[in-house]
Design a protein. Structure first.
Length: 92
């Protein structure tokens, strides 16, 4: 049974959006709070945004690698199925 392409696309979009938005939003609030607490405006804010950006990039890369492995596995399975079908039709 093939996966519904819309649900796959929406799930992937949600994962990517989460890896982009959540670390940056957390970094925004954390950086502002640290700057207000220690009076280091804007340095801790910029530092936390930079770290959160790196976390986002890391998450996106890990997510992309997982998706590539899934696609590769599905492609290999489809090729095996096609070869199997060819052998069956050749035997008949």
């Amino acid at each position: 049974m093939k996966k519904d392409s819309w649900s796959l696309a929406l799930r992937t979009m949600a994962q990517i959006s989460g890896w982009i938005a959540f670390p940056v939003i957390i970094g925004l609030f954390l950086g502002k709070w640290l700057d207000n607490r220690y009076g280091t405006e804007p340095w801790l804010f910029l530092t936390t945004i930079g770290v959160c950006f790196l976390i986002s990039i890391y998450g996106l890369i890990i997510n992309a690698l997982k998706e590539f492995k899934k696609i590769e596995a599905e492609t290999n399975q489809e090729k095996k199925d096609q070869e199997k079908d060819k052998k069956i039709t050749a035997i008949k």
